[in-house]
Design a protein around this ligand. Structure first.
Ligand code: IMP
Ligand code: MG
Length: 188
């Protein structure tokens, strides 16, 4: 376990916090570049809308669109989550999209897929806006015996089923700034 001594967030335990690095930033970078290559090949002439799912997407989204580097638009959608901790809750819309999706090619950008509940909800919601096409990109997908029908079309990396932080992902709104992906040891 790596020790990170940070004077914040009493809600996530007493510092120093213990982390185990799961994926280093250079591996994340390689996965982003690979996704970008595929998306560039598939969308170079389609002027797609990259639709980020706030808040977790913001770092991945920024890296991804610069790596893809094709004509595109950017918009965001926000879901409420009652999952401060490790529990998955009901999904509700907090901020809907601003762009008109009719006839557009939409690329949904998500940080991580766990149960697939959020992507399932978003797929139904966005399809009701009549896009020409809709695909989902997730940087991380947790390995599970069975996901529902909402698995992403483009996946950065499949990871073990553990609760992770960093690269935009939080625990109780903390740790999004960490450049690598970590398992946070909360039993301390
Ligand atoms: P799902 O609906 O169960 O697939 O959960 C997806 C959402 O839950 C993601 O967009 C994340 O915001 C959050 N989430 C799921 N697993 C983790 C995790 O390990 N760390 C941080 N956030 C997570
Ligand atoms: Mg998310």
């Amino acid at each position: 376990m790596e020790l990170i001594d940070t004077m914040t967030a009493e809600c996530v335990g007493k510092p120093p916090y213990r982390f185990r690095r799961m994926i280093p930033q250079d591996h994340i970078r390689q996965a982003v570049d690979k996704l970008a290559e595929q998306l560039r090949a598939d969308y170079a002439d389609k002027n797609p809308i990259f639709m980020g799912v706030l808040n977790g997407c913001f770092i991945f989204m920024a890296d991804l669109i610069r790596a893809v580097n094709i004509p595109c638009e950017v918009d965001f959608i926000k879901l409420s989550s009652y999952r401060d901790a490790m529990t998955s809750g009901d999904v509700n819309l907090v901020k809907d999209i601003d762009a008109n999706l009719v006839g557009r090619h939409v690329i949904l950008v998500e940080d991580i897929v766990d149960t697939g509940k959020s992507l399932g909800f978003l797929r139904r919601h966005l399809m009701s806006k009549k896009p020409a096409s809709l695909v989902m990109v997730s940087m991380f997908v947790k390995e599970r015996d069975k996901l529902d029908d909402a698995v992403a079309e483009y996946v950065g990396t499949i990871i073990p089923d553990e609760f992770v932080v960093g690269y935009g992902l939080d625990y109780a709104q903390q740790w999004r700034q960490l450049p690598d992906l970590y398992v946070l040891d909360k039993d301390q």
